[in-house]
Design a protein around this ligand. Sequence first.
Ligand code: NAD
Length: 330
Amino acid sequence: MRVLVTGGAGFIGSHYVRQVLSGQYPTLSEADVVVLDKLTYAGSEANLAPVADSPRLRFVRGDICDAVLTRELMHGTDLVVHFAAESHVDRSIAGSTDFVVTNVVGTQTLLQAALEAGVGRFVHVSTDEVYGSIEEGSWTEDHVLEPNSPYSASKAASDLLARSFHRTHGLPVCVTRCSNNYGPYQFPEKVIPLFVTNLLDGGQVPLYGDGLNVRDWLHVDDHCRGIQLVADGGRPGEVYNIGGGTELTNRELTERLLAAVGAGWDRVRPVEDRKGHDRRYSVDISKISTELGYRPQVDFDAGLADTVRWYSEHRSWWEPLKDRAALVER
Ligand code: NAD
């Protein structure tokens, strides 16, 4: 059994690789893992340090847009779990070329290589942001796609390419759409690690607009478990939402983070709202729950406390990354 994990040196991909190699998934307990990662500003081999000595791990630095390399790596691959992407909304507002190239062309390149190699299963990891913004209720998987940022538009395009490779060619692709992830090893440009590391450094945190945008929070551990359920038992051609079940406004999240480090509201700096800022995301997870038995297991307060503790104990991991994150503030 061989698994190709793209973006396996990023936040979620590296978590998945560490889980696979530590034997968390019975179906992959003896699988070899090939990580394909370009090591952009967001990727780091340090994220794989806990499993770097595993004889089952092979790391390949390369680009998912490289047709020759992807064809070579697909040969003999049973399962592809595709995480690699440009993933930060604010960067896509500042400039979207890399987003289209990696997220759209890169995904198409992988799908084509997987088709030619006849891989048994391809899981395309996507986002709830492809649905747009929802005032009330929750999205089911058949909801129309109305992405609002260049990031989410590029992910929606990649989802549709995945769908087309199933409908046209019969490639056994599943798409997962998750809500906002949190946990250790998240690059300190995303809101939770940005705020935590700023607070640990004695600084302020930038809160967008009125702070009332709502996000559903999903621990990376639960997300990866959901992905594996889909890899093991998802129906080819289907889309599965994966959520965490804790909806918070950004103000509420900020209050919890301030409390976690014993800081007050004076550490919050209101900033002009993000352009096109989606008001609320909310996924309906009935499908993956009913079909595959998914349920989030990590309690949000406990997960957040563990995450804050991890950042406080791993300064040597995030301090060098803060400079890399400085291109745009959040
Ligand atoms: P990340 O930015 O932490 O990691 C992305 C990884 O992809 C990095 O290691 C980077 O080096 C690699 N990469 C980028 N371009 C590449 C290329 N052209 N070729 C090869 N490797 C490349 O992202 P993440 O937060 O771990 O997200 C992983 C996936 O999950 C993405 O597809 C993202 O859209 C999706 N997602 C993330 C979240 C979240 O909350 N983080 C939410 C929903 C969906």
